[in-house]
Design a protein around this ligand. Structure first.
Ligand code: ZN
Length: 375
């Protein structure tokens, strides 16, 4: 009797162990299956976090048909994921915005198409898109936002400026981005960082404390007067240009270079006494709005004649100055963009790369700024 009982107990334990074993195997099996699924999705660039959500929402086969898709990955990662918009996520280009999925949801709800949203996402950062998604559906999306550098935040100004001026969309976007829908000197952007491609005009101003980083005195052989100053980097470029000009028989000289804020105040006052307010308003930049305060602008003359525009040096500069990093800043044809009348003598150092681009593409510094620097 005793013996039989032992066997019974043994077989009871054996049974329990067997069940535990089977459960463990099942758990292991499920685990390995799960790891394999995550691995499969990982091959297409889906993160672990996204993959988990894909599996638990039974969308794996859908995702595998789509293949690699960064927006879809972000959607599954996001707490804003909305299954209703699954097909839309797939067709919307990925941008690295924190609230990408939330903003896409909002824009879809307003009634924008996938293509509209692709356009919208290209024209603003996360917070600009967020602001844009709060407004009602706009009327002229493609008209303005097919221009590369159009900004979401400027939309209302584009519409108003287009109505007021009748300019085409490209010009409207350019002028508004340059704040030219505001009056001259009105509510200017304050530029405080010195850089060779900095923009200063009637809408981009320097404050009275701005002084170029690398101010030096110009060697007398290059300037019409002693004690003139300018930016060191611009001076080195001028020397190189002057030597090249000289070797070809052209003699250029600096007639005016750096002017401090205070210098511009005094200059303005002296013109006011001599010629009156109208003249000053028309021809003299207000203090803070003159490029000469950057130390990067030179009024250039010919050593051979007083009228620079009629000199051989003038023509040499037109053809060659860009090679040394200088651009003719205020041309006749671009008076409506630069806001300054044609000044054949006023050159601006912007660096060789920028100068070449501006020269090759027949641009102004304003256009270059809007296209590449206004981020
Ligand atoms: Zn000048």
């Amino acid at each position: 009797m005793k013996k039989v009982k032992k066997v019974k107990i043994k077989s009871k334990y054996y049974g329990i162990l067997k069940v535990i074993g089977i459960i463990l195997c099942l758990i292991l099996g499920v685990f390995l299956f799960y790891v394999k699924q995550i691995h499969d999705l990982g091959k297409y660039g889906y993160s672990k976090e996204a993959s988990k959500k894909i599996l638990f929402s039974f969308k794996k086969s859908y995702v595998l048909t789509v293949g690699e898709n960064k927006t879809l990955n972000r959607a599954f990662e996001s707490s804003d994921y909305n299954e209703e918009y699954l097909d839309n996520y797939v067709k919307i280009d990925y941008v690295d915005h924190e609230h990408l999925i939330r903003n896409i949801n909002k824009l879809l709800k307003i009634g924008y198409s996938n293509n509209d949203i692709n356009i919208i996402l290209k024209h603003g950062d996360d917070s600009a898109v967020e602001r844009f998604a709060k407004r009602e559906k706009i009327k002229y999306l493609e008209e303005f936002f097919n221009v590369d550098y159009a900004k979401l935040d400027n939309y209302d100004r584009y519409v108003k400026y287009a109505d007021d001026t009748g300019e085409d969309e490209e010009d409207v976007v350019l002028f508004v981005n340059l704040d030219m829908d505001k009056g001259d000197y009105e509510d200017p952007k304050i530029v405080s960082k010195f850089s060779t491609d900095m923009l200063v005009n009637k809408h981009f101003a320097l404050d009275d404390s701005f002084v170029p980083d690398d101010l030096v005195t110009i060697d007398e052989e290059y300037a019409a007067d002693s004690d003139m100053q300018c930016s060191h980097i611009a001076l080195n470029a001028f020397k190189e240009m002057s030597k090249a000009a000289s070797s070809e028989g052209y003699e250029i000289v600096i007639n005016s270079a750096y002017r401090s804020y205070q210098d511009q105040v005094e200059l303005s006052d002296s013109y006011l006494h001599q010629y009156g307010q109208n003249y000053v308003d028309k021809y003299v930049a207000k203090p803070g709005f003159s490029e000469h305060q950057t130390g990067l602008a030179f009024d250039i003359g010919s050593r051979k004649t007083n009228v620079f525009a009629q000199s051989k040096e003038y023509n040499w500069m037109l053809d060659n100055s860009y090679k040394y990093g200088f651009i003719l800043r205020f041309t006749k044809k671009d008076e409506n963009i630069t806001g300054f009348r044609n000044e054949p003598w006023h050159y601006r150092y912007v660096g060789k790369k920028v100068a070449k681009y501006i020269y090759d593409n027949n641009l102004t510094l304003e256009e270059y700024y809007v296209m590449f620097l206004d981020k």
